[in-house]
Design a protein around this ligand. Structure first.
Ligand code: BES
Ligand code: ZN
Ligand code: ZN
Length: 460
């Protein structure tokens, strides 16, 4: 039999009857303490202050333990619902169980495709308690969906690019109820997806547009999820400089979030009516690449001066937003690693959410619960004129060096069909994480849970 671990509360007899051990645990500054007795490996969960208790705290704790036990090559670990209840008195047992399972499977995540030393050992989790199956299953689905987004984001540009991305989606989702349609370059020309076509001009990989639909309940309002899928952003002719560029393989994080959300909703049989619109393209400089100063004419007749080829995200999202209008979506959310400025404004633990103010507040509340933290941001009307162009209808960059995330949002607003309730999520600050709780030194997988929970919320 391999190594076994048992997770218990600090109030358990095994601890309370052993004053030395109790002292040792109390003196330890972390929330959980690992201790080897003669017969078993104990993981002791300390009491958590009431106001610090949340499902996110549970996920982070579980992720941390899963990684630690994996490093110790523990075969199996057990926790009872009763233990969770003792430690997290403020969270109901279904939510606590689900969060623990989710955090556990997220914490086991490592991106090892290109490591010759193979992965962390995975410790099998057992939850003791009656009627836990549904919570366990939901927790697993949520983690697997977020891990799918992480895998897509982490992958390298030679493997994941506009040529290969659609197949990756099909491989993952083909046995689900998600329907996938892929539009190639010829079709994009027919559909006048001119933002996508223009941004893709410099790459050997033709851009693609992927439309995925899932109808758990066709009577629900149509929700369109629009994702920026730039598989690599060099900046184009406005080549990025002097900065660590490897992370720009994650500039398809918006598309990854949407794909993860589709998996989550389909696998949990959510009663929603949703369409995913992914613009997938590589932004490279080349003799065929679009030049700064050029103009794009969009399907709705609007013309845009390319002030900067590195502001490519908004150019492709514009096509997706117009498509959402054609499909008569009632709710539209676009999500993108759009501006470095959002990370300056909000740091690396929050995304910014722009658009309908009531819905943005709801989005924040959903993120507070599900761990995809975000905060409402303003679309300041008086900054709209910063996008003026001398020779096109408007410019893709602002004439002022301030409020870069807001002007990007204002650019997108010009393409949002009037009938849609719209939100824009800028997740550029949330692309990658450092090892902590259920996060690894890897892509975050931000957004899958958020988009799925939001879609379910507006479909109630
Ligand atoms: N993909 C970037 C935004 C980004 C930056 C994401 C850093 C993650 C980390 C985007 O396409 C971009 O380059 N934006 C420019 C816009 C500018 C040219 C107006 C930026 O933020 O600098
Ligand atoms: Zn860019
Ligand atoms: Zn980009």
């Amino acid at each position: 039999m391999g190594k076994q671990a048992v997770m218990i509360s600090v109030t358990d007899n095994r601890i309370s009857q052993n004053p030395n051990l109790k002292d040792y645990i109390d003196l330890n500054s972390s929330d959980t303490v690992t201790h080897m007795t003669e017969s078993e490996l104990l993981v002791i969960l300390k009491k958590v202050k009431q106001k610090e208790q949340s499902t996110e705290k549970i996920r982070m704790m579980a992720g941390d333990i899963a990684r630690r036990l994996g490093k110790l090559k523990v075969q199996e670990a057990t926790i009872s619902v009763e233990t969770l209840q003792t430690v997290f008195t403020e969270v109901n047992d279904h939510e606590a169980t689900m969060a623990f399972v989710e955090g556990w499977h997220l914490g086991q995540y490592e991106y090892t495709s290109y490591k010759s030393e193979k992965p962390l050992h995975h410790t099998e989790l057992h939850i003791k308690g009656d009627g836990v199956n549904e919570a366990v299953n939901n927790g697993k689905i949520r983690a697997a969906s977020m891990n799918f987004s992480r895998d897509l984001m982490n992958d390298i540009p030679s493997e994941l690019n506009p040529t290969t991305f659609p197949k990756r989606l099909k491989d993952e989702l083909e046995n689900s109820d998600v329907n996938i349609e892929v539009f190639n370059k010829v079709k994009l020309e027919e559909m006048e997806m001119n933002g996508l076509l223009t941004v893709g001009q410099g790459s050997e990989h033709d851009p693609v547009f992927v439309e995925m639909s899932y109808q758990g309940d066709a009577s629900k309002p149509l929700v369109a999820l629009v994702g920026k899928g730039v598989t690599y952003d060099t900046g184009g002719i406005n080549l990025k400089q002097g900065r660590h560029l490897s992370d720009m393989r994650m500039d398809m994080g918006g598309a990854a979030a949407v794909a993860g959300a589709m998996k989550l909703m389909a696998e949990s049989k959510a009663k929603v009516n949703v369409v995913a619109l992914l613009q997938i393209v590589e932004n490279l400089p080349d003799s065929k690449a679009i030049l700064p100063g050029d103009v794009i004419r969009y399907k709705n007749g609007k013309t845009v001066q390319i002030g900067n080829t590195d502001a490519e995200g908004r150019l492709i999202l514009a096509d997706g937003l117009l498509r959402a209008g054609e499909l008569e979506a009632e709710y539209v959310v676009d999500i993108a690693t759009l501006t470095g400025a959002i990370a300056s404004a909000l740091g690396s633990k929050l995304a910014g959410v722009f658009g309908d103010e009531d819905l943005a507040l709801k989005m924040k509340q959903l993120g507070d619960v599900n761990g995809d933290h975000n905060w409402p941001m303003p679309l300041v009307d008086s900054y709209d004129s910063y996008l003026d162009s001398d020779y096109a209808d408007f410019n893709n960059i602002s004439s002022k060096g301030e409020a870069g995330s807001i002007t990007a949002g204002l650019f997108l607003r010009r393409f949002v069909p009037g009938s849609c309730k719209w939100l824009h999520v800028d997740m550029a600050g949330m692309m990658s994480s450092k090892e902590e709780g259920y996060y690894a030194n890897s892509a975050t997988g931000f957004g899958a849970r958020l988009l799925a929970d939001y879609t379910k919320y507006v479909s109630k």
